[in-house]
Design a protein. Structure first.
Length: 173
C-alpha cells in the first residue's frame, strides 16, 4: 500500500463508502411515506462496531439518510431465510460483476445470461455495480442482462471524457 495506509484501512474505508452509498441510493428510490432498516449478515466484532459507528454518524448528519430508522443491524444468516436469500442474490451479483469487469471470469457469463434480466427488474433505479479506478465503467441495472463486458472497448461505449483522455494520451505532438 502507499502512504502508510494498510490494506485493512483501505478495505474499511471502501466498506464505509459503500455503506453510505447504499443508504443514499435506497433513500433516493424509497417512496416518500416509507422508512428503511438495513439488516446485514454477521461480521466480526470490530467490523460490526465500525459499520455501526459509520452508519450512525451518517444517518444523523446527512439529508439522504434521514429515513434510516436505526444503524444497520446484524443477524446470523443461517437463522433467517430472508438474509440467506440476500446472500444468494449477492452471490449472483458478484458473479455478474466478475464477468463484467474481469476477463478471467468469463465462465460466469451464465449469471448474466440467466439472472441478469431478473435482477434488473427488482433492482432500484439508482443501483449500479461500481467499477474500480478513476476511468472505470459502472454497470447500471439496465445492463445487468447484457453480455457485453466493461473491459472490451468494442462492446461498452466509452464516455466522451474517457475518449478525450485516450486521444491526448496516445496522440503525437
Amino acid at each position: 500500500m502507499h502512504s502508510g495506509i494498510s490494506r485493512s484501512q483501505v478495505n474499511a474505508s471502501r466498506y464505509d463508502h459503500t455503506m453510505k452509498q447504499l443508504i443514499k441510493r435506497i433513500h433516493w428510490d424509497l417512496p416518500a411515506e416509507e422508512n428503511l432498516m438495513i439488516i446485514l449478515d454477521k461480521q466480526g466484532d470490530r467490523e460490526r462496531l465500525e459499520i455501526f459507528a459509520g452508519a450512525a454518524s451518517f444517518m444523523f448528519s446527512h439529508e439522504d439518510a434521514t429515513r434510516l430508522l436505526e444503524p444497520p443491524m446484524e443477524v446470523e444468516s443461517h437463522l433467517y431465510q430472508t438474509v440467506q436469500c440476500a446472500d444468494w442474490i449477492c452471490a449472483l451479483i458478484g458473479r455478474i460483476a466478475a464477468y463484467k469487469f474481469d476477463p478471467d471470469f468469463e465462465e460466469f457469463q451464465w449469471a448474466t445470461k440467466y439472472f441478469g434480466n431478473r435482477l434488473a427488474k427488482i433492482t432500484s433505479k439508482s443501483s449500479k455495480l461500481r467499477g474500480l479506478g478513476e476511468d472505470a465503467k459502472d454497470v447500471h441495472r439496465q445492463h445487468l442482462s447484457s453480455l457485453s463486458t466493461c473491459y472490451d472497448p468494442h462492446s461498452v461505449p466509452a464516455s466522451q471524457n474517457s475518449l478525450e483522455m485516450l486521444r491526448s494520451k496516445y496522440s503525437r505532438p
